[in-house]
Design a protein around this ligand. Structure first.
Ligand code: GUN
Ligand code: ZN
Length: 441
């Protein structure tokens, strides 16, 4: 059974910074996205594809809409939704004052499940269909999150925090217990449906060298699991890592020494980096999550997208909730643009939409299953309503081309722009209806 969605379509087949914009994207002003069994069958001009559809195919018409692939959030923390927008601290004090107390509550599995559902509602409201997600140190936090994702059949990656020092007693595990518990979670959840596991040491300051080594053991035993951590976010943090690991050459070396770099390793932030660290990240194929709302909010610094591009390092966007201040990848792009401005760098709206979709997929090594509308990809997409607010309607009417239109969508867009979110060919968010996830499709 086929289903088709008719609207303007936009997707990327390559990075617009490495290819020309024309080669990198496809735009069909009156397009048709044809789905079969939760996957993309084809995408193209409605005028060409409509006559080829079998008689009786359901065609859903979306007025004044642009359909893009679902947004991909390459770094966020579901347990931190309750501390989003907490005033007055920078990273290390923010962790002590806000983050650790809130994460301590996740020993309670019922609480964890409630928060997981609230978090997923917000993610889908923002148009995000895949995310790389921190749990807490408690294995039950990961069970709760994956159970909530499984119920909605979402494509998600998550893991239990590993943290055996420099944190409150009730949030600490040990090198051995973190290994054992992570291993059990990998066995239970990794590759179950659309779920994947990420080995998740919080960051070098909260892991002993022994714990980082055990994380490396897990990656060797399970070569297709992910590694997800933080790296060079604030200057105080970088200095602290220097004191805690006097034998290592630089911050990245604490991870590299433990065997934590690779194609499925994602490092959030990477702001205060030495030349050696840029080179080693590139050489290892590791990816970066760029988290501008968090980096500005916590006063951490200005990430250089240009340097990552120079080194051909995969970069995705991260909301980093709750250090970040928005679930919206569009608002994340808004602030990414401003970070580039402050650095004297450029970020075009084509690059922005690429990062939000195929760029995120590549960073997560999921470019074969999500990120654009190539045939066979999972049907994860968003329907953007170009008349969502009076200002949006007014401003878009004054755009001369797609470039300008996409830029305005990034600058003014938020969850009001997301009329519908679809995952695996099923509608999982409808802005105008309070509906349960996944009941239509
Ligand atoms: N570094 C270590 N833990 C965290 C966290 O929870 N959030 C952010 N933004 N940075 C971190
Ligand atoms: Zn984070």
């Amino acid at each position: 059974m086929l289903t088709a969605h008719r609207a303007a379509l936009l997707h990327f087949v390559a990075d617009p910074e490495q290819y020309s914009t024309e080669e990198a994207h496809q735009h069909f002003p009156d397009g048709l996205l044809v789905l079969e069994d939760g996957k993309v069958k084809t995408a193209g001009d409605a005028a060409t594809l409509l006559p080829e559809l079998p008689a009786g195919t359901r065609v859903i018409e979306h007025e004044n809409a642009l359909i893009t692939p679902g947004f991909i959030d390459t770094h966020t923390h579901y347990p931190q939704i309750g501390i989003i927008g907490a005033h007055g601290r920078q990273l290390l004090e923010w962790l002590e004052d806000y983050t650790f107390p809130t994460e301590a509550k996740f020993s309670d599995a019922v609480h964890a499940r409630e928060v997981a559902d609230t978090f997923l509602d917000e993610l889908l409201r923002a148009g995000t269909t895949t995310a790389l997600v921190f749990g807490t140190v408690h294995p039950a936090s990961v069970d709760a999150f994956f159970e909530a994702c499984e119920q909605r059949d979402l494509r998600m990656i998550a893991g239990k925090v590993m943290m055996d020092r420099n944190a409150p007693e009730e949030l600490r595990d040990t090198a051995e217990s973190s290994y054992r518990e992570s291993k059990a979670l990998i066995e239970k959840w990794h590759n179950r449906g659309r779920l994947r596991y990420a080995v998740t040491p919080r960051f070098a300051p909260t892991s002993t060298p022994e714990q980082l080594a055990r994380a490396g053991d897990l990656l060797r035993e399970y070569p297709d699991v992910y590694l997800h951590t933080h790296m060079s976010e604030s200057l105080n943090e970088v200095a602290w890592v220097g004191e805690l690991f006097p034998d290592r050459d630089h911050y990245l070396h604490t991870y590299d020494h433990a065997g934590l770099l690779g194609r499925r390793s994602i490092f959030a932030h990477c702001i205060h980096m030495t030349d050696n660290e840029w080179e080693r990240l590139a050489e290892s194929g590791s990816g970066i999550a760029f988290c501008p709302t968090s980096n500005l909010f916590l006063g951490s610094g200005l990430f250089s997208l240009e340097r990552a591009e120079e080194h051909k390092i995969n970069v995705g966007l991260g909301t980093d909730v709750g250090g970040g201040t928005s679930f919206s990848i569009l608002q994340t792009l808004n602030e990414a643009y401003k970070v580039a401005q402050m650095r004297g760098e450029q970020m075009t709206p084509f690059k922005g939409f690429y990062l939000a979709t195929l760029g995120g997929a590549k960073t997560l090594d999921l470019q074969d299953v999500i990120g654009n509308f190539e045939p066979g990809k999972e049907a994860d997409f968003v329907v953007l309503d170009k008349t969502c607010t009076p200002l949006m309607t007014y401003r878009l009417a004054r755009c001369r081309d797609l470039f300008e239109e996409l830029f305005v969508l990034c600058m003014l867009g938020d969850d009001r722009l997301i009329a519908e979110t679809w995952s695996g060919g099923r509608k999982v968010h409808d802005r105008d209806k309070s509906m349960e996830a996944g009941i239509e499709g």
